[in-house]
Design a protein around this ligand. Structure first.
Ligand SMILES: C[S@@+](CC[C@H](N)C(=O)[O-])C[C@H]1O[C@@H](n2cnc3c(N)ncnc32)[C@H](O)[C@@H]1O
Length: 190
């Protein structure tokens, strides 16, 4: 079990959250602004997205944000066990054709990795507007022995929680009603 990788961050920081595929970075910046004692790591291979986040950080400097310009899978593999307090995967590329489903980010093997790097009680947040990614993700998250769905009623997944700002994709490109999933990492796998 590893401590959060905090040596890179100001002393006031006590936890690390990771967002994979941050797009233009508006959700990541909001989380960093609203949680000054949390370090936010963002992974995004899309150069224009990284440039947009850097521009935002020039306007609003935040010394708790770090950017990984690359594949989120690489950074997750490199993280120590139980080092993250929260993970965000918001409107990941849907890969709608069945033959491309294997390219989707949220695979069972990825959930094994996320179970490893998240601490007990840590939240995994996922959003999609894609009709087939929703059952694909739910099937895997519910089947995985290491996560519990936090929803108690349909309102919990139909509406964005107050501490979850809309992303650029959600505002501009959304194709259907979005779904917001919150799962908690169990202490031990079932
Ligand atoms: C549909 S966009 C959504 C962006 C943002 N989350 C939003 O809601 O506005 C999906 C993003 O995931 C990024 N992405 C795709 N595969 C990725 C990977 N393996 N690691 C990190 N980011 C990835 C893409 O470059 C793209 O910016």
């Amino acid at each position: 079990m590893g401590d959060p990788p905090l040596s890179q961050f100001p002393n006031s920081v006590h936890d690390v959250w990771l967002e994979v595929g941050f797009g233009a970075g508006e959700h990541l910046v909001w989380q960093a602004q609203n949680h000054p004692n949390i370090a936010l790591i963002g992974a995004e291979p899309y150069e224009m997205g990284v440039a947009k986040l850097l521009t935002k950080l020039e306007e609003t400097p935040l010394n708790t944000v770090r950017i990984y310009e690359g594949d989120g899978r690489e950074i997750i593999e490199a993280l120590p066990d139980q080092s993250l307090g929260r993970f965000f995967l918001l409107f990941p590329d849907p890969w709608p054709k069945s033959r491309h489903h294997k390219r989707r980010f949220l695979q069972m093997e990825m959930l094994n990795q996320l179970f490893r790097v998240l601490r007990p009680g840590a939240e995994l947040r996922f959003a999609t507007d894609d009709k087939s990614y929703l059952p694909f993700a739910l099937e895997r998250l519910i089947a995985h022995p290491g996560f519990d769905w936090l929803a108690r009623s349909s309102a919990d997944w139909k509406f964005r929680p107050a501490d979850w700002p809309p992303t650029r994709y959600e505002i501009k490109a959304i194709k259907g009603p979005p779904t917001f999933l919150r799962f908690a990492r169990r202490t031990t796998a079932r």
